[in-house]
Design a protein around this ligand. Sequence first.
Ligand code: SF4
Length: 355
Amino acid sequence: MSTTLNAPPGSRSVHASFVPELVYFDPAAFDYPKGQRILEWVKERNIPYRMTTSHNRITDLPGNTEQEKYKIAKRTLVVGIRKTLKFDTSKPSAEYAIPIATGCMGHCHYCYLQTTLGAKPYIRVYVNMDDILDAAKAYIDERIPEITRFEAACTSDPVGLEPITGSLRELIEFMAGQEYGRLRFVTKFHDVDSLLDARHNGHTRIRFSLNNKYIIRHFEPSTSRFEQRIEAAAKVARAGYPLGFIIAPIIWHDGWEAGYTELFESLHKALPKDASSGLTFELIQHRFTKTAKGVIEKRYPRTKLEMDIEKRKYKWGRWGQGKYVYPDEQAKALRMFISERIFEYFPDSTIDYFT
Ligand code: SF4
């Protein structure tokens, strides 16, 4: 069962795992076992599928208006081969972005993929895992004796795709055997069950992107709900993975203090007692560029996301255009309050940064 696009945000207390409504295959994908497996998966579910010559150029997506095409694209899976095996850098949290998927079925109003993926919001997964792993190995070898970290969620949310691809499990088990390699990824999805018994050797850090209920309900449609993410985090902690949380975007709204208190209290109740040590938190306040504001207002015209530049502080960008963040006083209040709650409930954890 899939979630429906027309359901109002937050109308479901449970988010079902992603099932695409349309699938495209690059015929070359059938030369790989993963491509074959995904085809079987698609057939078993009677999902309509088509062939394409290039996973980078899907030109016949259904839909009459831009808005419709966008919604359909977010429910469309494209199965192809990753040809570019030069990895992008992913500083500061990792050295490289490891490409196993591009695009996401979530509808987070503020998502940066809306501007970075432009006209290609459909979801691409790559089946040539051996090529990707060989490239990762070469990057690791190049830097020995330094540790090389790979981020798997730079252009996608791979956990939501895991029941279809199994690619994360392969990456995790590969990295378990790499003395000098580490993997990390972040997710707003709960589909972690198939990862729990993977051999990880402590080399993969799984981070959940969490927020208070108000923000998840209003701004993160088509992602796993508050309780689902917390439950998944507890499972990951019990499976012995290094665990972390990205609290983002931190948004100032009526009742934010109560909302964030509830978040850390719920997390504390759900996680095993010894989870605090080694836990990391990354705190990111809401920000937007002028370009993003334009795209968001077009895609989600009824959004309650506050993007009034008069109420924000302009922060110059080192590359490209600057961003609008909260004025210093508000940012400080958010940082202080949230940091205090974190240390109240998780005294042995680390806050990596607030930005
Ligand atoms: S889950 Fe992450 S990648 Fe997906 S739409 Fe939301 S913010 Fe974007």
